[in-house]
Design a protein around this ligand. Sequence first.
Ligand code: PLP
Length: 426
Amino acid sequence: MTPTGDRPDGPADPVAVPVPDHVVLARRFGTPAYVYDLDEVARSLRELRSSLPTGTRVYYSLKANPLPALVAALVTAGCHTEITSSGELDVALAAGADPAHCLYTGPGKTTDALGHCLDRGVRFFSVESGTDLRRLDTVAAGRGVAVDCLVRVNGAAAGGSGLRMTGTASQFGVDLADVPALLETAARCRAVTVRGAHFFPITNAATEDALVAELCGSIRTAAWLRERGLPLEVLDIGGGFAAPYARPGPPAGYPKLADALTAELDERVAGWRDGDPRLAVETGRYLVGTSGTLLTTVLDVKESHGRRFAVLDAGINHLGGLSGLRRLLPTSAQPVQAVAKEADDVGVDLAGPLCTPLDMLGHGLALPGISPGDVLAIPNVGAYGLSASLLGFLSHPVPTEVVVAGGRVVSASRIELRREHVPVVD
Ligand SMILES: *Cc1c(COP(=O)(O)O)cnc(C)c1O
């Protein structure tokens, strides 16, 4: 085993190279620690923009990672923000986002959250149902403000060239057949105007072809709905852009996407080149996924019934709380400093420190000679890492989040979970 970043046995793996040296960061900030590289975020954004038709609006989905420094970097680079709670709005605004450039999405928006956002200048919402639309209208009209909305469409599944009329059952969006009724509701609204369609049919598409099929399918659906009365000033085709999670590798490349979307848009919504409709996409994972690495220290190594377990100082409280959704496996971890070199073919299972057998971060990893005190790096956990995990479970300290840019540390911070007393009224 050689130190990370010096691996004669395989192709150069940029995400495995410590930037700056993970050994130094682990010593300086302790573990567990998340390290995010803003240069990698900028690279991902450039790559995404080059894969899309010129002028496409890019929304950063804060759900993937609401760390203020990451949000600020993306806002500064010209991303708009896609938010799903008042907390995400507050982060976006603190990061310098223009509330007029925030899109509020998601099912189950509360009156309080809508009011919070309206009071801070948000005027653009995705509506998921008639109830969602009426609630937004009531709250906006009560404040005397006019707002715009997109209708989130539960579109037909992609495939073939024809439009299939049946999507799958979902809590998201409005079924195609129900869009006309929603437009009737919208016509009676006092404060809300429908401006277009919002799609988000898949996430983390397995292949470029699958992504192209979904996004082109959404364009066809939108054009079909426009012929049936849906206004289409904005066409948000969502995303599905893929990035590796907790294993090495670069974000997916999309060499064919821009041409495929351009051809579909030219055919279905010819005015798009003049901004009618204006094209938008949303992604969290693609922009920040490869920017983050989790550094964790091995606390114990033990054998049990022929298997080897390494117990780490990070578990599902810090990474992979979404693993129940099968987003985690397979995991990869690499030592950030040289460890013993003896040949050893026993795979190592990585366990977290929590008192539940579910606290596993990986199985059967090749980590020969692993021993207590070693620091491991789990790559590509910039999206759906810390904030998507079980932070409160077992009350361990929350990892420090270290942000680097240009090879230098630019910030370090830690989320604090704190109990606040609420007045008790009899
Ligand atoms: C989760 C979500 C996203 C971001 O998904 P990624 O896989 O991170 O790109 C974008 N839009 C909506 C509506 C979402 O629910």
